[in-house]
Design a binder for this molecule. Structure first.
Ligand code: SAM
Length: 224
């Protein structure tokens, strides 16, 4: 899949067809991913076993709403594996507001990712308090949520109501075992998408197996 701006690519690396993004910081690796130079561009292999967004693309994601120049609010950035590829995709004129509440991983993210990428704004905050993100200005085009909390859907909705523009997209990673270990993953995802119903149009639900067990992704459009 290539998104509409053509900034997610398939490239041949060691004879294998791999998903990749153009490296915004040439020469720099974030998680020991392979780098490959083709013509004037350096590509970074994007590992679906390490990034759920890559897993969703491998499993048939129909619309990747994150494009060049997008403004993204990313909740649960951790050490930045996926956020670094999102930063590559939005490019120098996009922005990735990156929220993480655990100071140890946030420090690693700052040192190894955010400090090298001018389009990343790190925010050390609890995603339950979106009003406390003092460095977010204006609305965003996409809210990406990967926080593995039992109330992740409620947190996602609160953040969308605070920052997402009308007709913007929510990309929600549903960790089914964080919500209820006793229920079938597809049933958990259905319950979570129902919570979105009043304010969102569901575009797609994707199972992330075999790359990520017990995880799904929901893509939804914010209708306000
Ligand atoms: N998105 C990352 C990636 O693909 O590279 C992985 C995210 S990891 C599964 C979940 C992260 O969410 C953890 O780093 C955790 O500290 C963070 N998190 C959990 N609850 C949070 C909250 N309420 N506010 C901010 N961050 C939170």
């Amino acid at each position: 899949m290539e998104n509409e701006e053509g900034n997610v690519f398939w490239v041949k690396i060691d004879g294998e067809r791999r998903l990749a993004t153009i490296n915004l910081v040439p020469g720099n690796q974030v998680y020991k991913e392979k780098l490959v130079k083709i013509s004037d561009e350096e590509f970074r292999a994007w590992d679906p076993y390490r990034s759920k967004l890559a897993a969703a693309i491998m499993n048939g994601l129909e619309i990747l709403p994150i494009v060049r120049k997008s403004r993204v609010l990313y909740l649960g950035v951790s050490t930045g594996t996926t956020a670094s590829h999102v930063s590559d995709i939005v490019g120098p004129n996009g922005i990735v507001f990156s929220v993480e509440h655990a100071s140890r991983v946030a420090r690693d993210f700052l040192d190894r990712v955010a400090s090298l990428r001018p389009n990343i704004v790190p925010i050390l905050q609890d995603a339950r308090n979106p009003k406390e993100y003092f460095s977010v200005y204006g609305t965003v085009d996409i809210v990406y949520v990967d926080i593995a909390q039992p109330d992740q859907t409620e947190i996602a909705i609160l953040n969308c109501k605070t920052y997402l523009k009308k007709d913007g997209y929510l990309v929600l990673v549903v960790k089914t075992r964080s919500i209820d270990v006793t229920r079938e993953p597809s049933e958990v995802i259905r319950t979570e998408t129902k919570k979105l119903a009043p304010n969102f149009e569901i575009i797609q639900e994707i199972n992330l197996a075999p790359y990520e067990k017990d995880h799904g992704m929901v893509i939804a459009k914010y209708v306000g």
